[in-house]
Structures are given as structure tokens and as C-alpha cells.
Design a protein around this ligand. Structure first.
Ligand code: 9MR
Length: 475
């Protein structure tokens, strides 16, 4: 099938499915219009997202992809476009074009950006191998790369995978000592230096060590135990690591992995380090394609739900990133003996896994979920460049009384009276620059604003047809 024909076919299938996706996903009743993963994640001070597949960067993806992506998620990662070979294809000649495209998209849609990945043995540009074994030169190359890439996106990339997959796959985990131009030429100090250089280039960015198979638990000799030991050493030596990423590419049979991730989060909490799920997919064996039953999809949903439960319950977890959005575009089919590991099927229809993620979010009310992030991280000032910031910044034109509706605040409770009060209206709180800070529902004429810090705000209460905007002071 030619590319155009393939696109046409997917479009016609997915046009119907997109409606179902959005309707099925959030519009359970008229007032649930905002019940996207994105909205529930934001209310909980967490970031949930997926990669932008390489096809997105090449304008070779169905329009449904971006529509769902920006509606449903609030963090984004480039599948390949911020890696070494993409950003420095020739020595000291940088190419930021595709990465910039994603940053623009993220800023226009209020998405947090994870940067992936600075020091990794894979997807290194070929020219680096000319310096194999030359320690001083390789240190200079890596320093230059990290400094220029992180500086280019300073303040725009919230978090970097500074070192990726540096641990080997042996039973007794240790550093990956073969097939790594960095380790073989420099030794383990490349890791420490990478964090120091990244921190110097952007002191506000979160800096992660990221790896796979960490979800196999904290047994003696396991990768997870080895990484925890290294984090201890890094913290003791003042190396500026702030987070660990567990990639978590698993299979449907890996039932114990969510609880292993919980144990890892707890071990890292003791070291004051955040744990993020950075590349989750839960694949079925490829041979099962076309034979999967409702029970199989339910089982996949159950595993997604367990991961989301762990994520929301552990206070030092901040990001939950799935390595793909739709089964139509996934490295599992292309490079692994696996299939159908994501939240949306090949026609962009949400799978039971999507419902499970939503169910977990709803079962963990915002008041009970802690965030590891500060208010400025959760609601960064908008820098939209030439792009429109969408409609999220409101013009502050208070309308104290409208249609016999009034609102007033007492302590941290907002009281709403009048026609809107009984309607489960939506309550949005903005800062004085009009940036959204918080959203909730008005229930029985009141809304709880206890999670908002002291200050002056603008509150908007609306039910779709009627709205009222007023300045409030939270003390
Ligand atoms: O999804 C990425 C795929 O398109 C690339 O061909 C592959 C090359 O290494 O990398 C994939 O992404 C990997 C990520 O960068 C690091 N963890 C494992 C991911 C899946 O292989």
C-alpha cells in the first residue's frame, strides 16, 4: 500500500474513532468535558504523556495523532530527535531544527518537555568513533555536546536524561563496559562529568539517570540495586542528579513489575530523588496479533492501572511517560517481538488501558496526590514566542455579578450562589497574569481551593453557557 493510500485508509477509520476517542474518553456526561488524562494529571500536580514519534517530526503522521496528543497529555519527549546523532551529526555542527519544532509545539500547547538523551552508548554520531580510546578528546567532545545542547534549550526543557542505559545486562550489574565509546574511552567518570556539565548549562533543569530493566526489583546484583547504590554515591559526592527514569518496556506477563517500581520509588525517596516512569509500554507477544481477546486487553489495562496507582501513591514520582500513543506507530512492532503495547489502538481508539488509567486517576483525588514539583514548575510562565498560547490565558475582566450569580471566598472555600451553583459548574483559577493555576468542579455550591498558595487570583466559574469572573484573595 502506498503512503498516501495508507494515510487515507487510516484517516477514514480514525475520523470516526477520534470522535469515539474523545467522546468515549472524557464526555461521559455533559459536565465531564474536561476529563482528559491531561486535566486529571494537572489537577494532581503530575505529568503524564507520550513521545512524539519520529513520523510526527517528518510530517508523516495522521492528524488525529497530534489532536489526541495535545488534548490528552501534559508532557512530551522526542522519540529520536534530541539524541546525539540527531543534534550533532557532524563534529561541532549542531542541528536543532526538529527539536525546536517540538519545543514550539510544546509551548503552544502547555506541555512539559523531557529531553532524551545526552550521554548514551547508542545513537552516537559516527564521527565520534574516530576518537575511540582517546580519553581527553572524548571528554572534550561530550562536554561540548552536553553544554551546547542543554544551553540551546535552557529553560525550555524541564528535565534531561543525562545518562541513558549505562548499566550492563549481566546478573551482577555493573557499568556497561563494552560497545560504549564513552565508557571504553573515558571510564565511569563520564557519568559524573555529564551531570556536572548539564547542571552548569541549565541549573534549573531536573537531571535524570535513565535505564531499562529497573522494574525487575531491588534484588542483590540487580540493575535497580546497582543504580540506587550509584545514586547514593552521586548524592554523597555532590553530583547534581535529581531523578531516575525507569523505562519499563514490559510484557503482559510481567505482573510483579508495578510493585518493584513502588519499592524503587521508596528507596529513591530516602535519597531525595524523584522516580519517573519514562518509556512505559506493555506489549503482547507479536504472535498474538489478531487473536487478542477482551480478557487480554483487560489484563493489559489492569497492569496499566497498577502502574498508575503506584505513580499516584508515591510522593516522589513526577512523570509517567508512555513510549508511544497509538499501536499504529510503535517501536514494539518495528524492533521487538511485541505488539499493541499502548493506550490507543491502530485506529486511534482508546483501549481498556486508557479507561484503566482514567479510573486510577479518578480513584486518587487531587487532595490526596502529592506533587514533587514547586508551583513554578507546575505552572511555568508562558513563553510562546511567535505562537499563540491558545485560549488558556484569559483576559481579566471581572464581572462581579452576572445573571444573579455571585461568588465569594471564605477561607479556602469558594461559595457560588445563583443559577450556576447547582450545575456542577467548572471553576478555573488564574494568576494575575491570566495564567491558569488550578481547576476544579463546583459541588453543591462550593469549590475547595485549599491547594492554592496565598495570593491574589482571578477565578472563573462557568457551566458552558453562563460564566462569572472575579478577583479573589486567598489568605
Ligand atoms: O523508539 C526509538 C526507535 O525509533 C529507535 O530506532 C531506537 C534506536 O535505538 O530507539 C528507540 O527508543 C529507545 C530509547 O531512546 C531508549 N530506550 C529504549 C527505546 C526503545 O528502543
Amino acid at each position: 500500500m502506498g503512503k498516501e493510500e495508507k494515510m487515507r485508509k487510516i484517516h477514514s477509520l480514525s475520523r470516526i474513532a477520534l470522535g469515539a476517542a474523545i467522546l468515549g474518553a472524557g464526555f461521559m456526561n455533559a459536565n465531564a468535558a474536561d476529563e482528559t488524562i491531561r486535566q486529571l494529571a494537572k489537577e494532581r500536580g503530575r505529568f503524564i504523556g507520550t513521545i512524539l514519534n519520529s513520523e510526527w517530526f517528518n510530517d508523516d503522521i495522521e492528524p488525529e495523532f497530534q489532536e489526541i496528543h495535545k488534548t490528552q497529555f501534559n508532557v512530551v519527549v522526542a522519540e529520536n530527535e534530541m539524541k546525539f546523532d540527531a543534534t550533532e551529526p557532524k563534529e561541532d555542527e549542531f542541528n536543532f531544527e526538529k527539536g525546536d519544532k517540538m519545543i514550539k509545539y510544546a509551548q503552544a500547547n502547555g506541555l512539559r518537555v523531557r529531553g532524551h538523551a545526552l550521554a548514551w552508548h547508542s545513537q552516537v554520531a559516527n564521527w565520534v568513533n574516530n576518537y575511540s580510546g582517546q580519553k581527553e578528546k572524548l571528554l572534550a567532545v561530550l562536554k561540548n555536546h552536553i553544554t551546547k545542547v542543554v544551553s540551546h534549550w535552557k529553560g525550555k526543557i524541564a528535565e534531561w536524561d543525562v545518562v541513558n542505559e549505562a548499566v550492563n545486562d549481566d546478573y551482577n550489574a555493573d557499568w556497561r563496559s563494552t560497545n560504549s565509546v564513552w565508557y571504553e574511552g573515558i571510564g565511569a567518570e563520564f557519568l559524573d562529568s555529564a551531570f556536572v556539565w548539564a547542571h552548569k548549562a541549565d541549573p534549573d533543569a531536573e537531571l535524570c539517570y535513565n535505564d531499562y530493566s529497573l522494574e525487575w526489583g531491588l534484588r542483590e546484583g540487580s540493575k535497580a540495586s546497582f543504580v540506587v547504590e550509584q545514586v547514593k554515591r552521586w548524592k554523597a559526592n555532590g553530583i547534581p542528579i535529581t531523578c531516575v527514569g525507569t523505562q519499563t518496556h514490559i510484557e503482559i506477563a510481567h505482573e510483579t513489575t508495578p510493585q518493584n517500581v513502588r519499592a524503587l520509588a521508596k528507596a529513591l525517596a530516602e535519597l531525595n530523588v524523584t522516580l519517573n516512569i519514562t518509556e512505559l509500554d506493555i506489549g503482547f507477544p507479536k504472535g498474538s496479533a489478531g487473536k487478542l481477546t477482551e480478557a487480554d486487553y483487560a489484563k493489559q489495562g489492569h497492569l496499566y492501572r497498577q502502574f498508575m496507582d503506584v505513580f499516584l501513591e508515591e510522593p516522589n514520582m513526577g512523570e509517567f511517560v508512555i513510549w508511544g500513543l497509538t499501536d499504529a506507530h510503535s517501536w514494539l512492532d518495528e524492533q521487538q517481538g511485541k505488539t499493541e503495547g499502548l493506550l490507543y489502538d491502530k485506529q486511534y481508539k482508546p483501549k481498556p488501558a486508557y479507561d484503566s488509567v482514567m479510573a486510577s486517576l479518578k480513584a486518587h483525588p487531587a487532595s490526596e496526590v502529592k506533587t514533587p514539583y514547586s508551583e513554578t514548575v507546575l505552572n511555568p510562565p508562558k513563553d510562546c514566542g511567535d505562537e499563540s498560547c491558545g485560549d488558556s490565558i484569559i483576559a481579566i475582566k471581572p464581572s462581579a455579578i452576572a445573571n444573579n450569580i455571585s461568588i465569594h471566598i471564605a477561607g479556602r472555600t469558594l461559595f457560588i450562589t445563583g443559577v450556576i451553583a447547582g450545575k456542577n459548574a467548572k471553576v478555573d483559577v488564574f494568576d494575575m497574569q491570566g495564567r491558569p493555576i488550578f481547576s476544579t468542579k463546583c459541588e453543591k455550591g462550593r469549590a475547595d481551593l485549599s491547594s492554592i498558595t496565598e495570593g491574589l487570583y482571578v477565578v472563573r466559574v462557568h457551566d458552558g453557557s453562563t460564566s462569572i469572573v472575579k478577583k479573589i484573595s486567598i489568605k
